[in-house]
Design a protein around this ligand. Sequence first.
Ligand code: HEM
Length: 230
Amino acid sequence: MASIPRPGKVQAAVIDWFDRRFPLTDSVDEAMYQKVPNYANAFYYCFGGMVFILIAFQLITGIFLSFYYVPDAAGSPAPSYTSVNAIMNTVYLGWLVRGVHFWSANLLVVMIVLHMARVFWTGSYRAPRELNWMVGVIMLLIVLAFSLSGYLLPWDTKAYWATSVTIKIAAAAPILGPFLESVLQGGPTLGPNTLQRFFTVHVFVLPALIVLLMYVHFRLIRKHGISEPL
Ligand code: HEM
C-alpha cells in the first residue's frame, strides 16, 4: 500500500512527530488508498460524492454568510432584512457567496433524489445496507429541514408568508398540531422568536447532525463496500 509522500527532512520530522503521538500516516492511508471496484466507474456512482461536495459548499458559504447576517427581526426594517440586503449590495462578493449558497441548496435536493434513485435502481438498499438506507432517509429529511429553516432567514415578505403557511400546515396535524405550532413559532404569533429558532436550527443543530450522519454513512460504505450493479 502506498503511503503519504515525504518530500523533505523537515516535513518528515513533522510527520514522524505526529505519528509517534497520533496515527497520522495510518489514518491518511486508510482514507486515501482504498481500492474502488471497476464497476463504480459508471457516472451514476458519483451522485453521492456530488451530494457531499454540495454539502461542503453549503457549510463553507454558510460560514461566510454568517459573518454578515444578523438574526434579529425586531424593528422595521429588521436587521435580518437589511443585513441580507447588505450582503447582496455592499459586501465584497457577497452576492456570489449568497448565490452559490442558494443554487447549491437547490441542486443538492436534485442530486440527493438522483443518488437515491441510483441506490434504488442497483438494489443497494438491501441487506446488509438497509441501515445505510435508513441513515440516508434521515439525511434527506435534514436537508429538507435546512431548506425550510433557511427560507425564513431573509425575513422578507415571501419568507414571512411562506413560513406562516408551513407553520399552519404543521398546526393542522392531528393531536400534535398545537404543540408543533408553538415549538416552531416560539410564541403565539410568527415573529422575532420564530426567526431566532429557525436560525439556531439552521446554523447549529442541522449542520452538526448532518456532519455526524455523513460520518456514519461513509463508515458503513467502507464496511460493506460499494454494491455491485444488478
Ligand atoms: C444527504 C447526503 C448524502 C450523502 C453525502 C451521501 C453520500 C454517499 C456516497 C458518497 C456514497 C458512495 C456511492 C455513491 O456515491 O453512489 C453513498 C452510498 C450510499 N447511499 Fe448515500 N448519501 C447521502 C444520502 C443518501 C440517501 C438520501 C440515501 C437513501 C435514502 C442514501 C443511501 C445510500 C446507500 C444505501 C449507499 C450504499 C450504496 C452502495 O453500496 O452501492 N444516501 N452515499
